[in-house]
Design a protein around this ligand. Structure first.
Ligand SMILES: NC(=O)c1ccc[n+]([C@@H]2O[C@H](COP(=O)([O-])OP(=O)(O)OC[C@H]3O[C@@H](n4cnc5c(N)ncnc54)[C@H](O)[C@@H]3O)[C@@H](O)[C@H]2O)c1
Length: 251
């Protein structure tokens, strides 16, 4: 894929799952990648895996729900690598399911702070840096819960919000050379999904079975889509929430 050679990329939530797969793919394509996460141990492991494969990466400790932490992440990226060309805003959490009327205010607020405000704060800090670098490409991780009701109210609400933020930023920054898209994964085999299976195997089996391709995706299958959306091959695609969901929302 073209567009990664000499590029600088940030991937949030890159200590695990989809973010780690995406960071490894960006690095394999030639980008210098900032592994940004609250989990230092997992992040350092991602850096080591990339370096063992001959790639360039560094870990930055970030809490995406904290404005100054996100600003510092972008500052450190620009200071170290000289600019910012690509970002995958992927960090997120999925709480145990509860019906809408049973969700606590604390659970609601935590999911919105990380999944939705976190993506907005990343966009807020990344967009000016990308404009300054002459343009770029951003992909935000939403979910099938960003397209249809899937998961709890705060999760589905936050992910629909991510799709809305993606469209808004795409419209506002297209003229300045920045494309902004979202990916909407179905069921992906990651630690987050493992936790959901421990909470309720039946619920996870039901969603997996509702996919036309009724298996759990490998994180690399999601990273393929993220890489394409950040590459030059998708140069006329912006503001698009791409379902990478084994055909779930087609039904
Ligand atoms: N696994 C799935 O089936 C699935 C499906 C659809 C969407 N998603 C989305 O994909 C994204 C990645 O999920 P995953 O399945 O790889 O989960 P994961 O739990 O394996 O990875 C999530 C990562 O985000 C990090 N993180 C959490 N809160 C953070 C914060 N405040 N600041 C910085 N980093 C933080 C975690 O430390 C972890 O490394 C999430 O946004 C999730 O909602 C996952």
């Amino acid at each position: 894929m073209s567009g990664f050679e000499d590029a600088v990329a940030i991937v949030t939530g890159a200590s695990s799952g989809i973010g780690r797969a995406s960071a490894e793919r960006f690095a394999a394509e030639g980008a210098s990648v900032v592994i940004a996460d609250v989990d230092r141990e997992g992040g350092e492991e991602t850096v080591e895996r990339i370096e063992n494969d001959g790639g360039e990466a560094m870990f930055v400790d970030v809490d995406v729900s904290d404005e100054s932490s996100v600003e510092a992440m972008v500052e450190e990226t620009v200071d170290t690598y000289g600019g910012l060309d690509i970002a995958h805003n992927n960090a997120g959490i999925s709480p145990s399911y509860a019906p809408t009327a049973d969700v606590s205010v604390e659970d609601w607020q935590q999911v919105i702070d990380i999944n939705l405000t976190g993506v907005w704060q990343c966009l807020k800090a990344e967009l000016p840096a990308m404009v300054e670098s002459g343009g770029g490409a951003i992909v935000n991780t939403a979910s099938i819960g960003g397209l249809v009701a899937s998961g709890s109210a705060p999760y589905t609400g936050s992910k629909h919000g991510v799709v809305g933020l993606t469209k808004t930023a795409a419209v506002e920054y297209g003229g300045q050379g920045v494309r902004v898209n979202a990916i909407c994964p179905g069921v992906v085999e990651t630690p987050m999904q493992q936790q959901a299976s421990e909470d309720s195997t039946e619920a996870v089996d039901a969603v997996t079975g509702a996919q036309a391709l009724n298996w759990m995706a490998d994180p690399a299958e999601i990273a393929n889509a993220a890489a394409w959306l950040c590459s030059d091959e998708s140069s006329f695609v912006t503001g698009h929430p791409l379902a990478v969901d084994g055909g779930l929302v087609a039904q």
